[in-house]
Design a binder for this molecule. Structure first.
Ligand code: MN
Length: 425
């Protein structure tokens, strides 16, 4: 009889700007490991995104290793795959370091020379294989091209992955990257998923996602479940974390003026609300005044005085009339950009300048390029263009473009023609 823990999406190091939330996140991970030890599991499966990024702060790394080693010292084995957050194509990630130090074992074993993934056998007799998560659909293509070593029929086995399954993906996860159930290798007893930040239990197909132990962002904290699975002789139990207590308050500021919104906030201080973390969401368009007229730091301070450990304020959707964001319906990114330029910039030269600058800023990082090199390249190209701003205004750049267009029959494929931004005159 085998007993194991299935943990995913710990995102250690997330909430870098809020030390309290960062600590709650680390504590939740520690609880999952402590409970796994108490419950005497044979091994722990971590289905990716153990860390929030591939090279986290050393204090986070230190805490994580201390926590993981508690389990290791009890003889509990730990198996993991990369998540989309803790993988780096150019450099070794912390996951590689921890694998080298034998803190855990990465269960993504390729048979050299073949595109074949092999099984790792745990001391309990259970075989484990896995596939890492990757950004930009790279893992999706793995599923299509890799040959899996399938478990023997009477072997107990687990497949670990960090990719959404199309048929199980919740509607609110707006991500195209997913694979159909049919892509999963056949014959495993338990499919240990990660990446979807929500608990999913599909007993029929034996596919399970525990969701995060705490969460990595505001939306995660809005959801009401946090925890992990303990699987005892293939019976699945969800261990839910009731603490910390998260309280959600929403204020609709639509049509209010600054004073009225301040009154609504005042009313919050008087009400009896108790909890550890307050998520305060203020949204809507003010009829008069700007969000910047409100001292939100003071709001947070007063709410903390009520006994909250921390207040997470979300006012991304709070707007003033003056600075109301332009809303465009176009689905297609390019069309949307084009309309934004047309609606907000009067001068043709400025539209062209803006479009060119945006093109530079949109350039993606190249494979193998370090973060620093990438930033430097973008800055250099952007500055180069900004220095030519006068040429755009005086029409010099425009003339050059026209000449270039005359000399070349057609634009290279995939490039946006500058003429397209001229407003169709
Ligand atoms: Mn994640």
């Amino acid at each position: 009889m085998v007993k194991f823990a299935h943990i995913a999406d710990c995102h250690l190091g997330a909430f870098g700007r809020d030390p309290k939330l960062r600590e709650y996140n680390l504590k939740a991970f520690e609880r999952s490991i402590d409970i796994s030890i108490e419950r005497d599991v044979d091994f722990i499966v971590i289905a990716g995104d153990l860390f929030h990024n591939p090279h986290p702060d050393m204090d986070v790394v230190n805490r994580a290793v201390q926590i993981l080693m508690k389990a290791r010292r009890e003889g509990i084995r730990i198996y993991s795959v990369y998540g989309s957050h803790d993988f780096n194509i150019a450099r070794a990630s912390l996951i590689d370091v921890l694998e080298s130090a034998e803190v855990f074992k990465k269960v993504v074993n390729y048979l050299e020379g073949e595109n074949r993934l092999t099984l790792e056998e745990d001391r309990s007799g259970v075989s484990i294989a896995g596939l890492s998560g990757r950004k930009n659909r790279a893992d999706v293509s793995y599923f299509e091209s890799i040959d899996f070593s399938l478990p023997e029929e009477d072997d107990e086995s687990i497949f670990v992955f960090h990719t959404p399954i199309a048929e199980l993906k919740p509607a609110e996860i707006h991500e195209e990257r997913s694979v159909p159930v049919s892509s999963l290798p056949e014959g495993f007893d338990y499919y240990a998923g990660g990446h979807i930040h929500k608990k999913i239990v599909d007993d029929e197909r034996s596919i399970y996602y525990p969701g995060p132990t705490f969460g990595a962002n505001y939306t995660d904290l809005e959801r009401d479940e946090r925890g992990f699975f303990i699987v005892d002789d293939w019976e699945i139990e969800y261990v839910a974390f009731e603490e910390p207590k998260i309280v959600l308050k929403r204020i609709d500021a639509e049509g209010l003026n600054v004073e009225e919104l301040e009154e609504r906030l005042e009313a919050l201080y008087e009400r009896e609300i108790e909890g550890d973390i307050l998520l305060l969401k203020v949204k809507g368009t003010l009829a008069q005044g700007e969000p910047s007229n409100i001292d939100f730091n003071e709001v947070k301070r007063r709410l903390k005085d009520q006994g909250f450990e921390t207040v997470y304020l979300n006012r991304r959707e709070l707007e003033g009339k003056e600075l109301e964001r332009v809303k465009v319906k176009e689905e297609e990114e390019e069309k949307m950009e084009q309309r934004l330029f047309e609606e907000n910039i009067d001068e043709t030269w400025a539209r062209r300048f803006g479009a060119d600058l945006l093109d530079i800023l949109k350039t993606e990082k190249e494979d193998g390029e370090t973060e620093n090199d990438y930033e430097e390249r973008i800055w250099e190209e952007a500055w180069h263009l900004i220095r030519k701003r006068d040429e755009y205004e005086e029409g010099i750049e425009e003339k050059k473009v026209a000449e270039e267009e005359r000399s070349s029959a057609r634009e290279p494929e995939g490039q946006i023609s500058l003429v397209d931004f001229g407003g169709g005159k």
